[in-house]
Design a protein around this ligand. Sequence first.
Ligand code: ADP
Length: 153
Amino acid sequence: MEKTLVILKPSAMGRGIAGEVITRFTNKGLIIAGMKMIQLTDAVLDEHYAHLIERPFFNRIKTSMKALPVIVMCLAGIDAVQVVRTMTGATNGRNAAPGTIRGDFSMSGQENIIHASDSVENAKIELARFFKPDEIFDYTPASMNLLYASDEI
Ligand code: ADP
């Protein structure tokens, strides 16, 4: 099963909506393969947001991401990376489509509730950044034959 990384950002934790967001993923049929609560640091954020290092808001997003502990999740499913990105919505919550997580929970370009890996390649890199191998679990939920047709799995 394909795996992807989701981070429930401080904007989700501080607003008490982490459970609602997790429920969206499990209602969809994504499988929680790993989950833990951590405090982000400058070192890990410098790596995670390296593509934004030259942007004027770089230090501001780091401060925001360190403001509260976060929940990191590994979600598994067929095409999990693309499915989770579609559910996440556009970066700026004000532009994100209704029905997406950012579209339904965020009014901000920065405080946009979750991070989700944007490609299969980056998902592998990001999962290795936040999880040890023994913190990710491969298991088959009892509902598997209701989530997928037999020729899909
Ligand atoms: P995404 O999270 O949608 O993959 P990016 O990788 O471009 O988007 O940006 C990472 C995070 O940096 C965003 O989720 C958001 O929190 C923050 N960010 C991006 N662009 C801006 C911006 N123009 N102003 C403030 N914060 C931003």
